[in-house]
Ligand binder design. Structure first.
Ligand code: PMP
Length: 354
């Protein structure tokens, strides 16, 4: 038996995910973490104002019934086909733990949501990152090898590129022995959801969030939808870690946000309109970018390095996201804000690029 030299030898060591900066200072323009620039539905406010604090004495409903029922109703599913968690980060983390349980590697793109490799590392899941093409697209043939599971975001982050439903269906069909997770965090801003394919393929899991299109990043609500068996397996893992993940107020606010379809549609439309307007302005300023179907634009300038623009914007209290990583170190990811915020960004860019 080997003798440990220190308690630290037995620590689960991990390089954590770095979330986008949440600046403490006031009066900043925050276009760095893909939050929604508009407040949540007024029906959410009504819930918080009418909430009986006395209820906090009790543990919450472990099945999050109000929230699960509202989501199931919105997407025409049975409640047993919906799993909810503390943001889609929690849902994805539980999905990794539940479904990626093989010696074979899990597959995902090289340029993608930078939490995937962290979950794989923390859970000791082997993985291979498949390079996107030059124009940041997925090569479907890369996903036709032996694997222990697949995860791709659609649209992808931080590129904003959408892949076709045909490609996704082909991927799911070619991998009947793996669970394929489609992370649809940004789906509501113009891409096509693969949800209906879950009727045909029991190995397909769709994950979405209230953080972007429903303006509730601070409330932490994410959900997975799919075959009842998949959801049952996820719940078994969740109930083996923490039964009470969703607070009573979260469950009620989430349910009201889902029910306010009209507000949801109008907010999403405003963001999509501002995104398209912003593309025109960025083009005039000398930027090129992917055809984003999300609430952000992944752009690079024809002459000025992204790192310099990032710092110059920060000096002017405008926050965008920048990664000093291979292949994307000359890109900025700019969240779509209100038209006023975007105009302030364009004015600043004009000055910086002069
Ligand atoms: N997936 C992708 C692709 C994301 O960009 C994000 C946001 N950082 C998430 C999932 C997680 O979002 P949340 O936990 O707020 O639902």
């Amino acid at each position: 038996m080997s003798v440990a030299n220190s308690w630290e030898d037995n620590v689960r060591k991990i390089v954590p995910y770095t979330p986008g900066e949440q600046p403490k200072e006031k009066n900043v323009i925050k276009l760095n973490t893909n939050e929604n620039p508009y407040p949540p539905s007024p029906r959410v406010k009504a819930v918080t104002e009418g909430f009986d604090c006395g209820k906090m004495r009790l543990y919450p409903d472990p099945d999050s019934t109000p929230l699960v029922s509202a989501i199931a109703g919105r997407y025409n599913l049975k409640p047993s086909q919906v799993f909810v968690g503390v943001g889609s980060d929690d849902v994805l983390s539980i999905a990794f733990l539940t479904f990626f349980n093989s010696e074979k590697p899990v597959l995902f793109p090289d340029i993608t949501y930078s939490f995937y490799d962290v979950w794989a590392d923390v859970y000791r899941i082997p993985y291979i990152q498949k390079p996107l093409t030059e124009d940041f697209r997925i090569n479907p043939d890369d996903y036709k090898t032996e694997n222990g599971g697949i995860i791709i975001p659609n649209p992808n982050a931080p590129t904003g590129c959408q892949e076709s439903l045909e490609m996704i269906e082909d991927m799911v069909k070619s991998n009947p022995n793996s669970v394929v997770i489609i992370d649809e965090a940004y789906i509501d801003f113009g891409a096509e959801s693969a949800l209906r394919l879950t009727e045909k393929y029991e190995n397909l899991l769709i994950v979405q969030t209230f953080s972007k299109s429903r303006s509730l990043a601070g409330m932490r609500i994410g959900y997975a939808m799919g075959n009842e068996k998949l959801i049952k397996y996820m719940n078994d893992v969740k109930f083996s870690i923490n039964s009470y993940t969703m607070t009573p107020i979260t469950q009620l606010c989430g349910a009201e946000a889902v029910r306010d379809e009209e507000y949801f549609q109008s907010t999403v439309k405003k963001i999509v309109d501002t995104r398209e307007y912003s593309k025109t302005k960025l083009k005039e300023l000398g930027f090129t970018f992917t055809d984003s179907k999300s609430n952000f634009i992944f752009a690079r300038h024809k002459t000025k390095p992204a790192s310099e623009i990032f710092s110059a914007l920060k000096e002017r209290k405008i926050f965008v996201r920048y990664w000093n990583k291979p292949r994307i170190s000359n890109y900025l990811r700019i969240t779509v804000g209100t038209p006023e915020e975007m105009d302030a960004l364009f004015a600043a860019l004009e000055e910086i690029l002069k």
